[in-house]
Write a protein that binds this ligand. Sequence first.
Ligand code: G
Ligand code: MN
Length: 276
Amino acid sequence: MNESSPPLKTFIQENLLSAMQTNQLCLYYQPQFSLVEQKITGIEALLRWHSQGFGWLNPQVVVAVAEQSELIVLLSEWTLRQALHDFSRLQPMIKRVSVNLSVGYLQRVPLVTVVQRYLAEAGVAPHCLDLEITETVVLEPAPLLLNALRQLRQMGISLSIDDFGTGYCGLSYLKKLPLNTVKIDRSFLRDATNRARDALLYHDILQLARNLDLRIIAEGVETQAQLEFLKLTHCHEAQGYLLGRPMPLTKLQHFTKAIAPPDVLAVAEDMHFLLP
Ligand code: G
Ligand code: MN
């Protein structure tokens, strides 16, 4: 997934900067829903680049290439700044914006200063910002980074673990890090409605997060059956194609005005056997 052909890699290295300056690079936003309140609680900012040479580029590849140089700093700061700027236009309708921060970026910058600067510039309160990091970040967090994350939490910013369960690392970091939220990777949900064993596994992950007092977001909700399963297991929030695809800011503004809450209350009878 992170492999890129040499011409594509060179293309990204040579054009990323100008893509930021010319709006070829943009952010799409995917809504996150509360299954309790049945409304949008937040949005996740997702990088999109429609290039002249290669068409739509895989954002994971773009980030992986950027991480090999200082480009990752420029890309990450562009993303954070743009997301906060866009979000300031969505308030008070939307309460929270999530931004993905890559390992490469976190290792390089004085995070707290940068975040404070962009929050102030956009006029956004710290409690409206959520930063998503992956498990690989926490494998061996440098003391300086741990400190920075703690400071961000003290400021009121929330911290999420993205793609939870895929990092192949021990769980002790869950106690060590000042986390608010886990986002359970979509691979766990895929079969949870087909196989009792997978349903039980999902249930156990939810229980683990609940025991640690963490907010839980289920990623990759694509079917009504999956949504009903999540409702049954008392998952807090959900995100996925069924509820809303990543979309440009203008579309999101219409979406938030037009949307009726998804029918999350109906629980099909045949779902009950999946639960212990
Ligand atoms: O790693 P992270 O969870 O931040 O990845 C988000 C990516 O997942 C986005 O690029 C988005 O397009 C994709 N995505 C969002 N919802 C779904 C979904 O329901 N199914 C699948 N297959 N992908 C999704
Ligand atoms: Mn994410």
